[in-house]
Design a protein around this ligand. Structure first.
Ligand code: TLP
Length: 344
């Protein structure tokens, strides 16, 4: 059977042995009724890590972003988001479906929308205009290469949003990667947002699940929205048991994934066949363009050789995670190198 190296996403990570054991031993209740002890333990842990009073364990990152938009806005409002953000590009137009809001997208640079453009995009009180209901940021910013939004930038956006009285939400699917790379605690990032979502199921290896945080009123409302979306879950403690290991243990090893991304990008750059923006290699992702063919044809050929990746627009994306070791990365690099030598 052919061996596969799976770099498609950090979402492909399987639960660790410790997680499977923890699932089998978890004490559970009924989370919709509010008495699952392992969910309660996970949510208490998430409160400590994020510094927020309200926490809700939810099914997915998409659900967390969508619930947040729904809670923060009213129908007919507008939300400001970066044009390559996950919320805009990859959530099936959910802001319109679920919250009846329209999106005002702004081009970003390394995931950051300029303060001037954000300020200019905030609507004034005019009978013709929708109200601006929310500003969303994404950290790390996936489509820009998994780049980290600088804390000073976040602070400036916060000042602006407070001045104009607009709430802020963070899609922090990979905020633990940002924290591992910068040493800035997750709590410090969370401080500048009215709500934040992070994923347990990506680099943190849980089989599924995300965490949504905010103040108590926000989470009370979020819990109702989760229910109406069909996200009320019962013996969720089995999954929360994995989430606890994700936060306590798996968050500590993300630096290894970043190191693998650096090794990969350096070696790939040296082959001279691919264009990579090295400045964007900051966490566990590497985006690049093959110079002599479209991303899609490179991906299809690599798939036949057992190296799996995804395309995003005209680029190839490799994501580094717990289920690919440094030696897997080196073997994949060998396969890519052989392939490009044969095609010369
Ligand atoms: N991202 C997935 C795909 O949907 C693109 C991936 O493989 O990277 N925010 C960000 C920044 C994300 O990257 C993702 C997933 C989500 C939200 C949604 O998380 P889930 O998949 O749990 O709904």
């Amino acid at each position: 059977m052919q061996e596969y190296f799976d770099f498609r996403s950090d979402t492909v990570t399987r639960p660790t042995k410790e997680m499977i054991e923890a699932m089998s031993k978890a004490k559970v209740g009924d989370d919709v009724l509010g008495d699952d002890p392992t969910v309660i333990e996970l949510e208490e842990l998430a409160k400590k890590v994020t510094g927020k009073q309200g926490v809700l364990f939810i099914c997915s990152g998409t659900m967390g972003n969508q619930i947040s938009i729904r809670v923060h806005t009213n129908p007919g409002e507008e939300i400001i988001i970066e044009e390559d953000s996950h919320i805009f590009k990859y959530e099936v137009g959910g802001a319109a479906w679920n919250s009846l809001v329209q999106t005002r997208t702004i081009e970003g640079s390394y995931g950051c929308m300029s303060l001037e453009k954000i300020s200019d995009s905030i609507r004034h009180d005019d009978i013709h205009d929708p109200r601006t209901g929310l500003i969303c940021l994404e950290n790390t910013h996936n489509n820009s290469g998994g780049v980290i939004l600088p804390l000073e930038y976040i602070q400036e956006v916060r000042k602006l949003s407070q001045k104009r009285n607009i709430k802020m939400h963070l899609d922090g699917a990979r905020i633990f990667n940002a924290s591992a790379a910068t040493g800035i605690p997750v709590k410090e990032y969370a401080k500048y947002f009215d709500s934040m979502m992070f994923c347990l199921s990506k680099g943190l290896c849980s089989p599924l699940g995300s965490i949504l945080v905010g103040d108590i009123d926000f989470i009370d409302h979020a819990r109702r929205v989760r229910k109406v979306l069909g996200g009320g879950w019962r013996q969720a403690g089995y999954l929360a048991a994995c989430g606890i290991i994700s936060i306590k243990k798996m968050s500590k090893r993300l630096g290894d994934d970043h190191a693998k991304a650096r090794v990969f990008s350096k070696a790939l750059g040296e082959m001279g066949e691919f264009s990579i923006d090295m400045k964007s290699v900051q966490t566990n992702m590497v985006y690049f363009k093959p110079l002599k063919e479209p991303a899609e044809s490179f991906i299809l050929r690599m798939k036949k050789k057992g190296v799996l990746a995804l395309s995003h627009d005209d680029k190839v994306r490799f994501v580094f995670h717990n289920d690919v070791s440094l030696s897997d990365v080196k073997r994949a690099l060998g396969i890519i190198k052989n392939d490009s030598m044969k095609r010369r």
